[in-house]
Design a protein. Sequence first.
Length: 281
Amino acid sequence: MLSPELIGRLALEAMLLEVSATPKPGLVDRSNSGAHKDMNFFTFMKSAASLAKSFTEFSQEGFTGGANRIPPAEVFPAVREIGVIAEKRMFEATGGVNTHKGEIFSLGLLSACAGYIAGAGREVTAEGVMTLAGEMCAGICERDFADVSRKTPAMLTKGERVYLTHGITGIRGEAEAGYPSVRIAGLPALREYLSRGMSLNDAMSFTLIHIMAHAHDTNIISRHDMETAHEVMTLARGMIESGFGLEDIRRLDGEFIGRWISPGGAGDLLAVTYFMYSLQN
């Protein structure tokens, strides 16, 4: 049975490997800072270090809920409270830079779900964890977006602004739907590339392209517009259809840096993809 400590370690590992995978178009990696001026690889390392115990806390909360047969939806409020504390740790470590907010939400939720299943004495599988995530946070989009139309523009988060303008629910929608971008695109791609004997670094870089081809990236939409987000999806799909290599990814990285495009949402889902893979491997 997976322990809360091991689940937390695997979640942190996923966070570290996501930023380390190189190249990643427009994202921070070991080669460059992508389309960012306020953060770099070392900012991400400091942020991840500050979150080391947070993922065990998420997992332990889920484990206790599962062991005591508490309904998953009743565990979720406590999970979100842990997330608020984790975000504070992140901002303290980075001097106010948002490096991992999306990953704190997703990896935290999924750590809690993995812990819940383990606490209930059941086998932890990627499918089971993602399905439970949808159950645990059911109704999150309706609740979180209920009052956004009453907020002033200055009060809106990037995700709320994208929802108001385009009706796209972003990572909340991914979570409530059980992470379809990971199920359909990310996890099958990572498994396939690793089964071919590809290195973990290259397999993660290649997998990112598959996620970019599938997910509406709210980070791109908030930085640019819906047209740019669709263009990125089309570019990624074209690469997959025609076949691509690391040099193609490096060229795309240069293009995205020049145009200030950062598919941060896809990067977060890459971390989720590796976490789901690692839970079963």
